[in-house]
Design a binder for this molecule. Sequence first.
Ligand SMILES: [Zn+2]
Length: 402
Amino acid sequence: MNQQFLKEIEMGSKNALMKKRIITHYIYNGSSTIPDLSKELDFSIPTVTKFIGEMCEEGYINDYGKLETSGGRHPNLYGLNPESGYFIGVDIKRFSVNIGLINFKGDMVELKMNIPYQFENSIEGLNELCELILNFIDKLTINKEKILNINVNVSGRVNPESGYSFSQFNFEERPLADVLTERLEHKVTIDNDTRAMTYGEYMKGCVKGEKNILFINISWGLGIGIIIDGKVYNGKSGFSGEFGHISTYDNEIICHCGKKGCLETEASGSAMHRIFMERIKNGENSILAHRANEKNLPITLEELVAAANREDLLCIEIVEEIGQKLGKQIAGLINIFNPDMVIIGGTLSLTEEYITQPIKTAVRKYSLNLVNKDSVITSSKLKEKAGIVGACMIARSRMFES
Ligand SMILES: [Zn+2]
């Protein structure tokens, strides 16, 4: 696929739009025969035959040979040529960046995890991010013309439709997506990081046909992703899912949103960090106690999670308390949404049972019995890859929506 075809789609050329429909159908339904395709898309067999012929020649579609059927005619099976188009995903963390490349079929072809990067909400931070992405593209051996879209996950308030980011990298009048498109010389879309994780888990993780999903992202902050009837729910401006900023506590802790008493101040990665430091200061011990005094190298959330997994009692206790607090609030979400599945994701979910058990106990205690019986509570299957897989899958879905 090339930029010319994308331009034709944008201009609304009838032929290009028909081809886009065929490609979209193949992306979400897999290979099929011409008779099946004509039925699905409601076009005559000669029309579909003509388009498939052209698209085979152009290299978008492959002829996968005769389909084995019981007796009668054996129609040929056609499907996407995985190498005719590629998509890039970018997932920004506090201390690193993950960048991945998928092919047309959604298989991860190239993945660079934990590229060193110190997130800073500054022009320099944005410049450095662009460098890293350009460097990744530069090293790819594929034809760069075939990169159809890049999606960047950004945390905070993001409007995926308009391309504006309101919390991070918001330095110009125009949308961040436009700024990045210019800098990276490829089409760029942006989306909220939690929503991307949710979509990644939905497409490639633990979801197996369930259509109503809540994804709880417990990382430095706290957010949720919502899927209703198989569609990601954005809200009017893309600001849905701000679970962490529900006013829950009568405390004096200022949240990074500027208000106080937010759920996030007591139940999130940043809360875990604060509570850990306070308890060490009050004389409690931990295998990480020596690190608490190293001012130049602050303890990361990953270290706290690793300590819990190495059976550090203080870290386990804090994780459990956070799980109880969260579970009580998730019980409320379950009452409202009646989801098929609640996925516990984000950095703190890497403590597995230490966080999921108290969440499950609190949900049983505080949600309506009949309602919570419907919902499976499970931990993320993609774990730290949820964001990057989601970024890549969104890069594709934004071009070829189901
Ligand atoms: Zn807040």
